[in-house]
Design a protein around this ligand. Structure first.
Ligand code: DGL
Length: 267
């Protein structure tokens, strides 16, 4: 048994979609969440910058004595996971591997679409891992950078978002994919809009559930799960004040939380 919290981070509100699944899967675990609202989006930045930001965040989470870190961000997972694992001694998990496993399970016609930020698509992390498992699968990747700003703005359901989705997703629909990986943790907040755009014949794959399951399996095997009667505490930190973090938090987690602002540059 290990009573320490689990650290989770993202560039902003996207990682809340992973927290939601973690709470469902591990209701007794304490969670410390950090959203880098001062420096979002990560998806348009270089690998060097994303890795530097991620290291600062892990250092901050370590001051909260976390037992493991979940990179609830595809951009940081696909660009910085290995370096973080080499730098820090605690277990660190990304979201890409579970997304790949889910997508391979989901596809019947072996045509998978991946949408993500520019930095995630540039890394080719999904293509690499899918090819390692099954090289006969065709992968069509498309970056959808505007989606993150729309979510951070709270515009999850409006005409601009719908038109943006139609524009981005048209070419993937034309490729005949049967599964579409939401390769950015912000995108599940647009699930309704993306689902309506691609139609019901294309299955949306959200890596969050599988990621939460993978962490639970790890903690169980290592005997690091929290006490079964623990009443979980969840704390939220951000790097700059926003008008929308609280709103999106309530939308994703169905509960109100007041985030604390910290100076992440000092870590
Ligand atoms: N939600 C993150 C991801 O999964 C980052 C989005 C961004 O900051 O550009 O990639």
């Amino acid at each position: 048994m290990d009573t320490r919290p689990i650290g989770v981070f993202d560039s902003g509100v996207g990682g809340l979609t992973v927290v939601k699944q973690m709470i469902k899967t591990m209701p007794n675990e304490n969670i410390i969440y950090f959203g880098d609202t001062a420096r979002v989006p990560y998806g348009t930045k270089s690998q060097k910058a994303v890795t530097k930001f991620s290291k600062q965040i892990v250092r901050f989470l370590l001051t909260k004595e976390v037992k493991a870190v979940v990179i609830a961000c595809n951009t940081a997972s696909s660009n910085s996971l290995e370096e973080l694992q080499q730098t820090f001694e605690i277990p660190i998990f990304g979201v890409v591997k579970s997304g790949v496993e889910e997508a391979i399970d989901s596809t019947k016609n072996k045509k998978i679409g991946i949408i993500g930020t520019t930095a995630t698509i540039r890394s080719k992390a999904y293509e690499r891992l899918i090819a390692q498992s099954d090289h006969t699968i065709k992968v069509y990747a498309k970056s959808c950078p505007l989606f993150v700003s729309l979510v951070e703005e709270g515009w999850t359901e409006n005409t601009v978002t719908k038109l943006t989705a139609e524009n981005y997703l048209k070419e993937l629909i034309e490729k005949g994919i049967d599964s579409l990986v939401l390769g950015c943790t912000h995108y599940p907040l647009l699930k309704k809009c993306i689902g309506e755009t691609v139609g019901e014949n294309i299955k949306l794959v959200d890596p969050a559930k599988a990621t939460a399951k993978m962490i639970k399996t790890f903690l169980t095997e290592k005997k690091m799960l929290q006490k079964k009667d623990n009443i979980a505490k969840h704390f939220f930190y951000i790097s700059d004040a926003t008008d929308t973090f609280d709103i999106m938090c309530k939308k994703a987690l169905k509960k109100e939380y007041i985030p604390e602002i910290i100076d992440i540059e000092s870590y």
